[in-house]
Design a protein around this ligand. Structure first.
Ligand code: NAP
Length: 245
């Protein structure tokens, strides 16, 4: 049985999640790699992770489904005796529109995917963090800006995630479990294509003080810092990785 620390990263088949899996693997963590649909891409990430000599388990699950989340954590139990770090990274956004054009189906799907999913994964992770642990919630700079005219629903979901981070950090501190958040902004990933504008980062980057878009690896470094023992006295805190936004 491996004595490496174990991290579960949700939504790790591409983008920030994939970069985070590789970053933790580089630092000697065994990786539980969750994805929803893209098995081929997840397999590629898993192969990169294995290149660091650590163990990787691929876990297909829709983290907005309670049934899937429970089954995913039971699969982890079959391979590992503990869980050290949870990264709630999986998240979606929908095509840009004003609130006046949004229907309840869209809003509820965003909340289920970006908020309920994190609650469910935190619940199952905490049950397994017997000797303490760490949770990192991947929020967004949108939680502070509100994303007017684009996706207020998404921004509000990230605001809820930040409140979960603040409350849960206090709730589990006595169990030596830390809970922190990272707020990326304008990172080059496929998410913007799903949001209806693949070139969105390049359109907006000049408005950032740093004048450029971010790379997934730059977010992964902040997630790793907060998730690992490097941040052993930090809980209920946030790092903005958004070029000065
Ligand atoms: P991305 O490239 O679109 O990747 C999303 C990942 O989440 C994929 O691996 C996808 O898996 C997975 N996923 C989606 N729905 C899922 C579900 N229900 N269950 C399990 N996995 C699911 O996204 P990203 O840009 O890397 O974003 C990662 C996180 O950073 C998100 O929470 C996002 O809100 C946040 N963020 C991103 C930016 C940015 O500029 N990119 C800015 C602020 C915040 P499959 O492909 O297998 O379906």
């Amino acid at each position: 049985m491996s004595s490496n620390p174990v991290v579960l990263i949700t939504g790790a088949s591409r983008g920030i999640g994939a970069a985070t899996a590789i970053h933790f693997a580089r630092h000697g963590y065994d990786i539980c790699l969750n994805y929803k649909t893209n098995h081929v891409q997840a397999k590629k990430v898993a192969q990169q992770v294995e290149g660091f000599g650590v163990k990787v388990v691929m876990l297909q699950a829709d983290v907005s489904s309670e049934e899937d989340v429970i089954a995913m954590f039971e699969s982890i139990d079959n391979t590992f005796t503990k869980l050290d770090v949870l990264v709630n990274n999986a998240g979606i956004l929908k095509p840009q529109m004003k609130l006046i054009d949004m229907d309840a189906n869209r809003i509820n799907e965003i909340l289920m995917m970006n908020v309920t999913s994190a609650f469910l994964c935190c619940k199952e992770a905490i049950k397994r963090m017997h000797n303490g642990g760490s949770i990192v919630n991947v929020s967004s700079g949108a939680a502070k800006t509100g994303s007017a005219n684009e996706y207020i629903d998404y921004a509000a979901s990230k605001g809820a995630l930040d409140t979960l981070t603040i409350g849960l950090a206090k709730e589990v501190a006595q169990q030596n479990i830390r809970v922190n958040g990272v707020r990326p902004g304008l990172i080059y990933t496929g998410m913007h294509r799903d949001g209806g504008e693949a070139e969105r980062v390049d359109r907006l980057k000049q408005k950032l003080p740093l004048g450029r878009g971010g790379e997934p690896e730059e977010v992964a470094a902040a997630i790793y810092f907060l998730g690992s023992e490097q941040a052993s006295f930090t809980t209920g805190s946030f790092i903005d990785v958004a070029g000065g936004l």
